[in-house]
Write a protein that binds this ligand. Sequence first.
Ligand SMILES: [Fe+2]
Length: 136
Amino acid sequence: MEIKWSDDFRTGIHILDSQTKNFITRLDKLTTAVNNGRGKIEVDHLIEFLEEYTDSHFKFEEKLMGKLKYPEGLFHAQQHQEFKSTFNKLKREFSNGSFNTDSIKYFQYEVWTFFKEHISVIDAQMARFLRGKLAD
Ligand SMILES: [Fe+2]
């Protein structure tokens, strides 16, 4: 599974794209951490970072959607909530289970699948609207 930036994720809104790129880089680092046999502490630290990062990225988008009166803003925010619940569920499963390569890979796969879908569909729709508004 390759976790890397693709132009398909580009929203054309610089700050959002750079936040997404940063998230992807950190998510990918989980693989390196596991492959290099680093400890659970480092993995926990990365997961914590991803959680905080997701939270502030989502808040940023939600603020922007509110400010520019995006009509699908409520639905979009619900999708963020769903992502956060999935993330928390995985985090709990991860910390309750024993630490191994498979559990990390599973965690990473689930987060990546959800995130890719969100960026390329939900964020792309929002970005089309925001770009139009920001150009006004
Ligand atoms: Fe979003």
